[in-house]
Design a protein around this ligand. Structure first.
Ligand code: AP5
Length: 253
């Protein structure tokens, strides 16, 4: 039996393929169904979405991604995770990447592009069927433009949904320091947060021209934020369904 990227992600974080506190409720075919009480006029057939998780370091992108994939069966695409996996191979590329990650700088876009393109090409059938979740990508305007081109190139037409996790840097810096990953030192965390604030406005402005951006406060507990994320996504999917089946998301980019 092959291990999916989502299962590998959960296993790396928890040693098991089930996220703590989440009872699996995967839809059988990956397509999204409206909650029964809200369905009007027959079953829903819109494809499962591709969710972009955007938010400062420590805002809970990975934490919320794992809850969503455990519940909905989306395919996980985590760029930070992928870069750390390259680093662990101690290859020349891994050493180049390590230089950036260790200091909190962004890894050069051509390297990130290759990583993301490889995952999207390889996982295309799974993502088309079950939806996907991109954690921490895009992080620059050029990556945002690149992503829309890539999705077009690999012919992924799932509805695109952007979840923008919000909250104060002080709270998120505290969470990072409590986590203790190698790049969670005070100076590096500050640099990553600064970097995020510098890049995020143009990314969101660009994405808003192509789809909706769902702003979600990430200041509550993990389950509270998870509920807000889920409700925001469900609301958006219902809107898409109402507007002719939800498959017409403009990504002309
Ligand atoms: P990456 O691994 O993506 O790190 P990040 O964006 O800095 O995000 P984090 O993983 O630190 O935070 P998160 O938002 O996922 O929070 P988490 O859920 O873990 O990137 C690392 C590096 O890789 C970058 O600095 C860069 O060098 C490079 N890179 C990555 N993507 C790139 C790209 N696209 N282009 C170029 N370079 C790239 O939560 C954090 C902690 O808080 C955990 O301990 C968690 O348990 C806790 N927590 C979460 N939510 C809550 C809550 N609601 N209440 C209390 N605690 C919570």
């Amino acid at each position: 039996m092959t291990t999916t990227p989502s299962e590998m992600f959960l296993r790396r974080r928890h040693g098991t393929t089930v996220a703590p506190g989440v009872s699996g409720r995967r839809p059988a075919n990956g397509s999204w169904r409206a909650p029964r009480d809200r369905q009007r006029g027959g079953p829903v057939t819109i494809p499962a979405p591709i969710v972009l998780m955007i938010g400062p370091p420590g805002s809970g992108k990975g934490t919320q991604a794992e809850r969503l994939i455990a519940r909905c069966g989306y395919v996980y695409v985590g760029v930070g995770d992928q870069l750390r996996s390259e680093m662990s191979h101690h290859s020349r590329l891994g050493r180049v990447i390590e230089h950036y990650v260790a200091t909190g700088a962004l890894v050069p876009t051509p390297i990130v592009h290759e990583e993301v393109a490889a995952i999207l090409r390889k996982q295309r059938p799974r993502i088309a069927r079950s939806g996907g979740i991109l954690d921490g990508y895009p992080r620059t305007l050029s990556q945002a433009k690149d992503l829309l081109s890539l999705l077009k190139e690999v012919r992924l037409r799932n509805p695109l949904i952007v979840v923008n996790l919000r909250g104060p840097d002080r709270l998120f810096a505290g969470r990072l320091l409590g986590r203790g990953r190698a790049d969670d030192t005070p100076a590096v965390a500050r640099r990553r947060l600064r970097q995020f604030r510098k890049e995020v406005a143009p990314i969101l402005a660009f994405l808003r021209r192509h789809t909706s951006v769902l702003d979600v406060a990430s200041t509550g507990s993990v389950p509270v934020v998870a509920r807000s994320v889920r409700q925001a996504i469900d609301r958006r999917l219902r809107e898409l369904q109402a507007a002719e089946g939800g498959s017409e998301v403009d990504r002309a980019g």
